[in-house]
Design a protein. Structure first.
Length: 150
């Protein structure tokens, strides 16, 4: 059963993703968040960050791509959607050009209650996004995904 397989799933890491200038610019354009700390190297070099930084929400949005890698090969998954977060903390800024990866652990799996329409599982993930070469993570989160069972 998929719920039991998820509950017993070992912690897993995604591959590295580079948050380069092109990705940051595309995210800025998509979200209309053109703050100078993300896009203007000269301005950002004089800021508290010492250089341009990726958007926190860009780092957070990478969880989707990271989770696809972690869940790859799980039998019985028809699809998965973002169901929400119980907690998100942006711990450290990610300098533009750095690489990040996700570390995922299952914190819990909720199944439909008796009498409730089934076909889904709510998967609670403890997630940490690591910045390559750094000791502090970019973010930590308790993320919930709804997995629809095939």
């Amino acid at each position: 059963m998929l719920a039991d397989e998820l509950r017993s799933m070992a912690p897993a890491e995604s591959e590295w993703f580079k948050l380069d200038t092109a990705r940051v610019k595309a995210f800025a354009d998509a979200t209309e968040d053109w703050q100078d700390i993300h896009l203007d190297a000269e301005f950002a070099s004089r800021s508290a960050f010492g250089g341009t930084i990726s958007h926190g929400f860009l780092t957070l949005s990478m969880l989707s791509a990271m989770s696809y890698q972690v869940m790859k090969g799980l039998a019985g998954v028809a699809s998965s959607v973002n169901y929400g977060f119980d907690r998100i903390r942006f711990v450290s800024p990610v300098r533009v050009g750095r690489r990040v990866r996700g570390r995922f652990s299952i914190a819990g799996v909720d199944e439909p209650e008796e009498g409730e329409e089934g076909g889904w599982l709510d998967v609670h993930w403890d997630v940490e996004v690591e910045i390559e070469g750094e000791t502090r993570p970019a973010l930590v989160a308790n993320w919930i995904t709804r997995v629809y069972v095939a």
